[in-house]
Design a protein around this ligand. Structure first.
Ligand code: EPU
Length: 421
């Protein structure tokens, strides 16, 4: 297994180019199943989650070929609508084949994903939405077994749960509804840019969708969809992680090929904290001359502060003098990184779903273990400013979501390398 070894203390300087968004690419790859013909996806990042989704597409009977950021998916006439435990258990996002399979084949058997380190992660909203479209759904032997004897039928569906909207449930219902009879209204739909990107892709396939990006999406079912070409939006979480890296190291970094309009919540917190941010059409420049001030953060559905940047923001606040409170409202248990950051000298105390962060002057490099994808991002950030050497273990988490992270950080001047354990 690989580990990342980094020596702290370098100010990051230069340009970094942001890759395509993993969380956009994954549901779009599933959506390609809605047509028989080939779809070509551009700007698809080379990440282990993408490779898992390609394996899943193959096991469903589709052809998929990935090279140089371009993925061609050809589902063909006959799909085998079973998503096995082996694949779903390694990547929860596999659940987004449920909607397209039901829509196109009228049948799907998808292993229940189960919980993960960031919390229980139920899929009740996905099932509620698909049932409202007329699917019969049972849980059998750990699998969601979904069938529809006749075509799915449009409906008015409220998709809110105890923690607000759901990104992938909105995607699943939207995908299934594209081929249903009549109109579907999704109320309390997720507004995340990844939902908008998925809707854009579906529209290019011939779907009739309105209101994406708002809490009410309207879908008018069509008879069939066709293959198309689409370029995936830049990854706002990857961009956000480099933005925090620039702030944390006191550097001067230009974040190229990102969409500044997707970073409003983070830009607001960083500029309140004292980071200078300039935006132009091709990206964002972040600089810091003086010290930072603590800011409080509460994670919320988009356009609120993303849960996927909570751990990184905590790493920043842990070296910002003063006290900040970070409250997690999407995944109340998503705090596995706290103990590891504290091993590096952070002073973070948990109180329910809030972390009270007492900023310290300096972190000290240590061997640490990544618990999930974004936690590993936070540990890398901490290592960039820690005194001495930090070794981040279980790098496979990092490889699920950060394309070429060592190369990108090295180019910005960080001392970072990958080693075999
Ligand atoms: N929820 C339910 N019932 C459901 C679905 C969700 O109660 O049926 C709850 C969740 O437990 C959570 C909240 O609703 O409390 C929001 O979860 P959501 O469904 O929006 O999450 P997701 O769609 O499964 C995506 C991203 C996550 C990201 C969340 C929130 C993908 C592949 N994953 O997951 O990304 O944290 O939205 O923005 O798009 C990551 O990239 O590291 C990651 C975990």
């Amino acid at each position: 297994m690989d580990k990342i070894v980094l020596k702290g203390g370098k100010k990051l300087k230069g340009e970094v180019e942001i890759s395509g968004a993993k969380n956009s690419a994954l549901p779009i790859m599933a959506a390609a199943l809605l047509a028989e013909e080939e779809s070509v996806l551009e700007n698809v990042p080379n990440l282990s989650d993408i490779m898992t989704m390609i394996r899943l597409l193959h096991s469903l009977g589709a052809k998929a070929h990935y090279e140089g950021g371009i993925l061609a998916v050809k589902p063909g006439k006959n799909l085998n609508p079973v998503a096995p435990y082996k694949l779903v258990s390694t990547m929860r996002a596999s659940v987004c084949v449920l909607g397209p399979l039901l829509g196109r084949v009228g049948r799907a058997e998808v292993s229940l994903p189960g919980g993960c380190v960031i919390g229980p992660r139920p899929i009740d909203l996905h099932l509620k939405g698909l049932r409202s479209l007329g699917a019969q759904i049972d849980i059998q032997h750990g699998y969601v077994v979904a069938k529809s004897k006749r075509k799915l039928r449009g409906n008015d569906i409220f998709l809110g749960g105890g923690f607000g909207s759901s990104v992938l449930a909105t995607g699943n219902v939207m995908m299934a509804a594209t081929l249903a009879e009549g109109r579907t209204y999704i109320q309390n739909a997720a507004c995340e840019p990844e939902v908008v990107d998925l809707a854009q892709f579906l529209k290019k396939m011939g779907a009739r969708i309105q209101g994406e990006g708002s809490p009410r999406i309207e879908i008018e079912g069509v008879k069939r969809l066709r293959g198309t070409t689409h370029s995936v939006i830049p990854d706002r979480i990857e961009a956000g992680t480099y933005m925090v890296a620039a702030a944390m190291t006191g550097g001067d970094v230009f974040i190229k090929k990102c969409m500044p309009e997707h970073q409003n919540a983070l830009m607001d917190r960083l500029s309140q904290s004292g980071v200078r941010i300039e935006r132009n059409h091709s990206g964002l420049r972040l600089r810091r001359n003086g010290g930072l001030k603590p800011v409080d953060v509460t994670t919320l559905p988009y356009p609120g502060f993303p849960t996927d940047l909570q751990a990184q923001m905590m790493a920043l606040m842990s070296v910002t003098p003063g006290i900040s409170v970070i409250t997690e409202k999407i995944y109340p248990d998503r705090f596995m990184h706290v103990a590891e950051l504290n091993r590096m000298g952070s002073q973070i105390f948990l109180e329910g779903n809030s972390a009270i962060v007492h900023g310290v002057k300096r972190l000290s490099g240590a061997p640490v273990t990544a618990s999930d994808l974004r936690a590993s991002g936070a540990l890398i950030l901490a290592g960039l400013v820690a005194e001495g050497t930090t070794e981040v273990r279980r790098v496979y988490h990092l490889d699920r979501g950060y394309e070429h992270i060592e190369e990108k950080l090295s180019r910005l001047g960080a001392e970072i390398r990958r080693e075999k354990e």
